[in-house]
Design a protein around this ligand. Structure first.
Ligand code: HEC
Ligand SMILES: [Cu+2]
Length: 471
């Protein structure tokens, strides 16, 4: 696209109307061609690095639609439809004024047509029409990123709610021309609601339940497409004093998020992913198909917990994530606390204990099944836990001191300081939604198989214990 001044000069002389047309083309052609940059796509919660460029570019984005079966929860599988093989889809990062060349491939092995609608596009459909393709095809279209902001993209193929519910969303960040302030850590997290034929954490391969989706009764509400994506090995990290920036979006299709980080106050919230920010915010509301950019500085060590503050989603549908913060204790900011009984208060009544028969083979198998599907995601399949994050259940001195009482923790959850095998933990274990038989089976399994102990509790005792509030 080099300019040819001689030829253009000649053409401009032709006629009055040709003068206008051809000379405006020549003005375009005279601009130097934009440098071409191929976007490097990475899996969430990572994202492309901050842009240092001060001039526009043509950014080439190669996105592949992949329909893949994988775990939605430990022991539960689901067929996700994805942009780039991940939920959310790989994050795109460009600069205001860039021209984006979006190349979409629908793999031949896929079953359905798909497309992409990017909220960063100015124009009808956001690219949906240009990119609608059957399996085994590719589509390409370009758009100019006119306005800075954090934008959701998603599949817009009918039934759109179903394509989105199966994981077809991601985000594109259009950085303002002047760039963004430097931070120490950036993370990319998206919330989505999922509708499976079986109940929450029902094992095996689950189908999509259209009626639940229409009724807006999600089985799962998840961060980054899996129950436990941001806990255990997926726990986010930061050091005390780090400037943390989080790009948070909601793919939906239906729920909005009351996004909150337990133990942090957002210094800045770029509400709805736009240009202006609010300061000192506890919880920010993020619409379906919308986003927010939050910035905060963790100051004390321990685990921060990401939640949708519509809390049964967090504790009963999976919308929980962790950020492990390292650094020295700061009692001036966050005191340890002292707990004592009120004068004259007796110890709480102890639940009467009958002799516990040895577990049968069936009970032990049941205990292992419950463990693998419910506990292993945090405490790990071998029960060794994650130092400083999830305490070990295998050879745990804490467990062995009062194995019977551990059913309290499973029934009612637990939070706060604890020391297991000399290591400090200060986190949250949500109450586990299990029946009396399963609680007894899993506690006995942890006792016999992970701690070389004996069976310690019966379902009847678990039932009694449900009445007693945990402390
Ligand atoms: C979402 C993650 C998560 C799940 C799922 C979970 N736990 Fe925990 N668990 C924790 C955390 C975090 C702690 C530490 C809580 C604290 O710091 O107060 C903990 C503590 C414990 C403890 C006491 C400490 C120890 O290591 O002995 C026991 C016992 C326990 N969990 C048992 C279970 C059992 C049994 C299950 C499955 C039925 C289970 N947990 C499922 C996160 C989890
Ligand atoms: Cu689709």
């Amino acid at each position: 696209m080099r300019s040819h001044p001689l030829r253009l000069a000649g053409t401009c002389l032709a006629t009055a109307s040709a003068f206008i047309v051809l000379c405006s083309v020549s003005a375009n052609a005279a601009q130097p061609a934009l440098p071409v940059i191929v976007q490097e796509l990475v899996a969430p919660p990572a994202l492309p690095p901050q842009i240092t460029r001060k001039t526009p570019a043509r950014v080439v984005v190669n996105l592949t639609v992949e329909e893949i079966e994988r775990e939605i929860a430990p022991g539960t599988r689901y067929t996700f439809w994805t942009f780039g093989g991940t939920v959310p889809g790989k994050m795109i990062r460009v600069r205001e004024g860039d021209t984006v060349e979006l190349n979409l491939q629908n793999l031949a092995g896929n079953k359905l047509p798909h497309n992409i609608d990017l909220h960063a596009v100015t124009g009808p459909g956001g690219g949906a029409g240009q990119t609608l393709i059957a399996p085994g095809n590719q589509a390409s279209f370009t758009f100019k990123a006119l306005a800075p902001g954090l934008y959701v993209y998603h599949c817009a193929t009918a039934p759109v709610g179903m394509h989105v519910a199966n994981g077809m969303y991601g985000m594109i960040l259009v950085e303002p021309k002047e760039g963004m302030s430097r931070v120490d850590k950036e993370y990319y997290v998206m919330q989505g609601d999922f509708y499976t034929t079986g109940a929450y954490r029902a094992p095996g391969l689950q189908g999509f339940d259209m009626q639940k989706a229409i009724d807006e009764r999600p089985t799962y509400v998840l961060f980054n497409g899996a129950d436990g994506a941001l806990t255990g090995k997926g726990t986010l990290t930061a050091a005390a004093g780090d400037k943390v920036r989080m790009f948070f979006g909601v793919g939906g299709p239906n729920t909005v998020s009351s996004f909150h980080v337990i133990g942090a106050i957002f210094d800045k919230v770029y509400t709805e992913g736009g240009t202006r920010f609010q300061e000192n915010v506890q919880t920010t509301l993020v619409p379906a198909g919308g986003s927010t950019i939050v910035e905060f500085v963790p100051r004390v060590p321990g685990n921060l917990t990401l939640v949708d503050h519509s809390l049964t989603r967090a504790f009963n549908k999976g919308a929980v994530g962790l950020m492990a913060v390292s650094g020295p204790e700061r009692p001036d900011i966050y005191g340890k606390g002292i707990k004592t009984a009120l004068p004259g208060t007796k110890a709480p009544p102890v639940v009467a204990r009958a002799a516990v028969p040895a577990a049968t083979d069936a009970q032990r198998l049941r205990g292992k099944a419950v463990y693998d599907s419910t506990c292993a995601s945090c405490h790990l399949p071998d029960g060794k836990g994650v130092p400083g994050v999830f305490p070990p259940l295998a050879n745990s001195d804490f467990f062995q001191q009062r194995p019977y009482e551990m059913a309290h923790i499973v029934l009612h959850g637990r939070s706060g300081e604890m020391v297991v095998n000399g290591e400090h933990y200060n986190s949250v274990m949500p109450p586990q939604d299990l029946n009396d038989d399963d609680v007894a089976a899993v506690i006995n399994y942890v006792s016999t198989d992970l701690n070389a102990g004996k069976a310690v509790i019966t379902p009847a005792q678990v039932k009694q214990m449900r009445q007693v509030k945990a402390n």
